[in-house]
Write a protein that binds this ligand. Structure first.
Ligand SMILES: [Zn+2]
Ligand SMILES: [Zn+2]
Length: 169
């Protein structure tokens, strides 16, 4: 497992809870670190086999450009987009800081962060797989009809691998 990261990405953006904050905008610093298995890219030097810095930056810039009330929402949007774009991502860490938040005193930054690991063992067949908590999995109930999802939730503590899911889909 390897980590690649972009640190100190600086954006001027309009996230904030109050109308005045969103109107004025503020500077934000974003750090994104992605866990991938790039043993393959390491040996054949192909960028396509691993996660691409430029794409990560584009995904971050795109989401930062859409004003949100909560920084929590921004980091979770970045996570969703990254895991959709790169189904092989094994974990992420995202730290978003808002510089000089208007709190009535001298504060360097407010900060929100998430760190998630996606590696799981299938509760049915014990195979290792990645669950990104998105629509590839019944823990999000997209691919599978409601009665079947309810039965799976009763029978298995956690979500199942794609191979097992395809038997129910
Ligand atoms: Zn399975
Ligand atoms: Zn799942």
């Amino acid at each position: 497992m390897n980590k690649i990261a972009l640190t100190g990405m600086k954006f001027f953006a309009h996230h904030g809870f109050y109308a005045e904050e969103t109107k004025m905008g503020a500077y934000f610093i974003l750090d994104v670190s992605v866990e991938v298995d790039f043993s393959k890219a390491g040996s054949n030097d192909q960028l396509a086999d691993t996660v691409n810095y430029e794409n990560i930056y584009e995904i971050c810039a795109e989401i930062m450009s859409v004003p949100a009330k909560l920084l929590e929402h921004v980091v979770s949007q970045i996570e969703v987009k990254l895991t959709k774009y790169y189904p092989s991502i094994q974990g992420v860490e995202i730290v978003l800081q808002k510089l000089h938040p208007p709190l009535g005193g001298s504060v360097q930054a407010s900060q929100v962060s998430i760190a998630n690991q996606y590696g799981k063992k299938c509760s049915r067949c014990q195979r290792s797989f990645l669950c990104h908590n998105n629509d590839s999995c019944w823990c999000h109930e997209y691919d599978i009809s409601e009665p079947i999802a309810a039965r799976l939730k009763k029978d298995y503590k956690d979500c199942l691998c794609a191979a097992c899911l395809s038997e129910f889909g």
